[in-house]
Design a protein around this ligand. Structure first.
Ligand SMILES: [Zn+2]
Length: 509
């Protein structure tokens, strides 16, 4: 049996410590009772630690495999390998052949209790690197079947339940009903607009004759239930975050939140909207495709939460079309004035000719031009105009959101490893070597995360630069009052209202 002293000096770092000095350090940790043992020195001069194709190292491993070695001593851990998974494999092989392993600088000694603990931590790190993030994301696609099946409850609007077999279990899955799905999409789209309350949403649906296809009627409660249901969202990492933040137990791994599938919220007690405690609720990813983009879905959640606080405080008296509306008869601008409060408690505004009210010279517009109607009409016209512009400019969509989501998933995985590291530290007790190792790893996690965040910003700004029109068209659908006013200022020269109430838009572009 022999003690191997192993030294390696890399090519790239000239000022690193020489092999001779390394060996001196190694000799200094040979114990008094080992002095009589045979000592073999093996040296790799000018080799990187990035791989294990080194003559001296391979010689050492051969001796180990022939059970001729009792102990390996190095100056520092990284002399063995800079790759953590290689390092852990080597440690495993040492263990198999009952070789003790000692590092002179890190007082790393596999025969000591702390050494054991450090090995355990290294295993966790190596496991993290091996199964790593990228693998887990690609695996997510292969493991679709690991997603949950429908957890029961009433059949949600937009779907029917059809029998299926998952994991040899006969169960049911959601199958979309296209006409109802189209309504759901529309409901989210309309409600995501800044000025649309639940009541107004309901009125729009009724006015446009978009009634429930199952023969029932809309109510604000029913619409609110639909808007809160994650069954409809294309669940991505932002959705995972949203529920995790609310204390919901997450059943499906975050890596599966790829922005494709809907999810189901379920629990023992039915969740009440006003109950802040979500801790008995669980979220599972299902196998059907989501319908609504996560940003729109989340926007609706923010609105629902806000509306709980300020209900019926609809007080907007002006219009985002103000200044653009002209009376055809007299050529004066038309401004909004307050009307009566209607049955549903809303203040109606309508456009009135200033030539009539202030100057008494106009005999035009005998019909009431309700601001809401005119706004809705112009809103639709701008929608059309924007989509025309989009096509005319032949702008190809250059959407980076799948890549951004993937990056967010990587950040999540790192955060999880950080937590794992903390837990290990807390249960493992304190030791200087342990702390310095953990600190190194924590710094690496931090840097990796920063790099990922930078890449996300980069991608987002790329999207901003290339997709101005697409962005405008998209944001128009969810534009708030000020944004609408801005766009109207740019696009519209005048809106002319004739005596019989018919309108003509004169465009700037
Ligand atoms: Zn007039």
């Amino acid at each position: 049996m022999a003690i191997v002293l192993y030294a390696r000096k890399s090519i790239e770092r000239e000022n690193s410590i020489s092999c001779e000095t390394q060996l001196e350090y190694c000799k200094s940790v040979i114990k008094p009772d080992e002095r009589n043992e045979k000592v073999i020195t093996l040296v790799d001069n000018g080799f990187s630690g990035g791989n294990i194709n080194r003559d001296g190292f391979q010689k050492m491993m051969n001796l180990v495999r022939q059970d001729k070695v009792s102990k390996v001593i190095v100056y520092k851990l990284d002399r063995i390998s800079r790759s953590l998974s290689d390092f852990v494999n080597i440690l495993q092989e040492f263990k198999t052949h009952k070789v003790e392993f000692v590092s002179s600088q890190e007082s790393f000694d596999t025969s000591s209790p702390y050494g054991e603990l450090i090995v355990k931590i290294l295993m966790i790190f190596a496991e993290f690197e091996r199964t790593s993030i990228i693998n887990r994301i690609t695996q997510a696609y292969a493991h679709r079947s690991e997603m949950g099946f429908y957890m029961g409850g009433r059949q949600p609007y937009g779907f029917e339940l059809v029998p299926t077999v998952i994991h040899n279990i006969h169960t049911k899955k959601l199958s979309p009903l296209p006409a109802e799905i189209e309504q759901i999409r529309y409901i989210y789209e309309v409600y995501a607009q800044e000025s649309v309350s639940l009541r107004r949403l309901m009125n729009i649906l009724i006015a446009e004759n978009r009634l429930p296809l199952n023969g029932s009627a809309w109510s604000t409660a029913k619409l609110s239930t639909i808007l809160k249901n994650p069954i409809y969202v294309k669940a991505d990492s932002d959705i995972y975050d949203y529920y995790e933040r609310h204390g919901v137990q997450m059943v499906t791994d975050v890596s599966m939140f790829t922005g494709e599938y809907g999810a189901q919220l379920y629990g023992h007690t039915k969740h009440k909207p006003d109950n802040p405690d979500w801790s008995d609720m669980k979220l599972v990813l299902l196998t059907h495709n989501g319908i609504v983009d996560s940003d729109i879905w989340l926007k609706c959640q923010r609105k629902l939460e806000k509306n709980k606080q300020i209900t019926n405080s609809y007080s907007n008296q002006t219009s985002w079309l103000s200044g653009k509306v002209i009376c055809e008869k007299c050529g004066h601008t038309m401004t909004t004035i307050k009307g009566k409060i209607n049955k549903s408690g809303e203040m109606r505004r309508y456009f009135n000719c200033t030539g009539k009210t202030h100057k008494k010279i106009c005999t035009g517009t005998k019909v009431s031009i309700y601001a809401e109607d005119l706004e809705n009409m112009v809103y639709d016209c701008i929608c059309e105009k924007l989509s025309d512009l989009k096509e005319a400019k032949h702008i190809t969509a250059n959407d980076h959101s799948p890549e951004v989501n993937e990056l967010k998933l990587k950040i999540k995985a790192i955060e999880r490893s950080e937590k794992q590291l903390m837990d290990t530290m807390l249960t493992g007790g304190f030791n200087e070597d342990l702390l310095s190792l953990a600190n190194q790893k924590a710094t690496q996690f931090k840097n990796d995360k920063r790099a990922l965040y930078e890449r996300i910003d980069e991608l987002k700004s790329m999207d901003d630069e290339t997709d101005v029109i697409i962005d405008l068209a998209k944001s128009w659908k969810t534009a708030d009052y000020n944004r609408k006013k801005e766009v109207a200022m740019i696009m519209i020269h005048q809106i002319i209202i004739s005596e019989d109430g018919s309108t003509k838009i004169i465009w700037n572009i």
